[in-house]
Design a protein around this ligand. Sequence first.
Ligand SMILES: Nc1nc2c(ncn2[C@@H]2O[C@H](COP(=O)(O)OP(=O)(O)OP(=O)(O)O)[C@@H](O)[C@H]2O)c(=O)[nH]1
Ligand SMILES: [Mg+2]
Length: 687
Amino acid sequence: MKQYTPGNIRNLSLLSHCGAGKTSLSEAVLFAIGITTRLGKVDDGTTTSDYDPDEAKRKISLNLTLLPCEWQGAKINLIDTPGYTDFVGEVKAAIRVSEGAVIVVCAASGVEVGTEQVWGYSEEAGLARLIFLNKMGRENADFYQAVEQIQAKFGAKCIPIRLPIGAQSDFQGTVDLLTMKAYLGSPAEEAEIPSSVEAQAISFREKLIEAVAEIDDKLIEKYLGGEEISLEELTDGLRKATRTGQIVPILVGSAVQNIGITPLLDAAYNYLPSPEEQDVAIVDEAGAEVEKIKPSQDAPLAALVFKTSADPYVGKLTYFRVYHGAIDSNSQVWNVTRGEIERIGQLFILRGKNQETVSQLGAGDIGGVAKLSITSTGDTLGSRDKPLRVAHVPFPEPIFSEAVHPKTKADVDKLGTALTRLAEEDPTLRVSRDNDTNETILSGLGETQLAVAADRMLRKFGVGVEMATPKVPYKETITVTAKAEHKHKKQSGGHGQYGHVLLELEPLPRGSGHEFVNKIVGGTIPKNYIPSVEKGVNEAMIEGGLARYPVVDIRTKLCDGSFHPVDSSDICFKIAGAQALKKGLAQGQPILLEPIMNVRVRVPEEFTGDIIGDLNGKRARVLGMNPEEGTNVIEAQAPLAEILRYAIDLKSITQGRGSYTVEFSHYEETPAQITQKIVAERQAEKS
Ligand SMILES: Nc1nc2c(ncn2[C@@H]2O[C@H](COP(=O)(O)OP(=O)(O)OP(=O)(O)O)[C@@H](O)[C@H]2O)c(=O)[nH]1
Ligand SMILES: [Mg+2]
């Protein structure tokens, strides 16, 4: 591909509810332009976009895919994204590097949960938008009903610029409301507008002209004066209004029938903004905006790394978008985020999995490079002389965790590397180690994402794992003060053993941990043995007597004891300390403590009752509710044990309309009934 100026590029994300047809649409684009010679199918796993074996297997997109193509002499960097909500990290990355979006809506299903979500994300990011009503040939497809619904949800600014000719099995083509020409079949042939849609076409064209005129003072005068508005004026007006988000043009077609595809490219080229029209926000280390600059090719580099993929055979692949300046193959750049030099090898553009080498990529363009050594997702590549930093992708925080259990000994050894690589590829995945439960925890956004991660670990790194709900890190403590004594004494010929301690255990407030206090006076236990007593106590605290969980929130006072001048030793006092503690814990009316989490659930208002009902069933305390723009934010505290799989429950209660965050708050006493159950389980585990 040749070099493109910022004004001659369109970076464009395809966004939708899952399954509305983004991948099929991108496949149709490549076919319509002649980049591919046969139209691949999602259901056969033969599309350019869903090339990942896991995508072909599941028949859904899991990654963002770059699909650049040339149209009207401009480069359109089409980015296909996944619709399934677990993979919203990829959607956010695609949006971050785009100026425009096509919101794909199924003409039969209309606006769905995911449509509203991506509408919200693209609005937040300030993207100019087009809407494509896809699947017009499908059963139940109804263009006019879908348009009505879109306008009800997103406003009257969403306005058709094309109408369908026929629908469902009779879907034949589209009418261009700007030129008032009809196009039939695939490849499309120009025709007269059929009489069946003529009246609709006239009426919708009128609505379109009115909407465009309203935004432009000169045009409104003409319009009200009854003057004809020319095609050029209409196109210009529509371009301005679309770029500022005052109008969102609606187009129509069918990806699998290859109808309405090139008009969509025309609209993207004509109406959506180029990188040249978008000032680049430069941020400081903390991500706060410091200035806005006009993008220019002949300037210091600022490029954002928005994705990294790790393949054991191909190696590490870095995807970046240039905002300012240009980047050259076989050069050196300054990694502004890390303050280090990075060596750049051969640059390329990616189309699906195919790479095409290029010598340079300039402002506004998107490309890839292999085997970078220090750079990861979110970093800015720049110049050392004038380091400029651009904002990171706003990735969501992980909310759903599972414990990862390697299947074999060999898998244990390779697990760490595989998990690190996976987390490098997907910034919404996080790996941690729970030292209380001794489990390796993988956290992400949902069950499917973690299941895909497990598949990838096996396929890419040969590591077999099983995923399980993580164990709850319970703790133990006492509720009353207790005294305990232990004398460790043995006489087995020759040298004897002697250590004797008297402890007093006191309960402390939650979160205090453990305090050891030495109250020995007058040398009843010589000073040099005190650390041994403490060591014994500490070791015994690791497993409490109730259910073998760590003991916390107590003060252990070493009050008295005795020693033997010959038989006493460090080890004897350690044993005495440990044994005394165990006795003391048993007498202190021990209880089990469980972690309590702060939960913030955001749902549309109508689900508030169901959410609270469900939370109550999960032993949660609802602390408050705050209405926020048609949604309700419910704040609650709930035991971790009850909300380990909340992501799944929330999805099913709200059909995916809810979201939540969760963080550790504090430990609390576990109710007696539940304690009994856990104690019984732990006993069964041991035997
Ligand atoms: N009838 C009909 N089916 C379509 C059309 N476009 C896509 N489909 C079908 O809809 C299903 C989903 O299509 P995809 O292209 O995978 O949709 P997607 O939006 O990429 O899905 P995700 O990546 O999972 O979000 C597939 O079975 C397609 O064959 C269309 O225009 N007409
Ligand atoms: Mg897809």
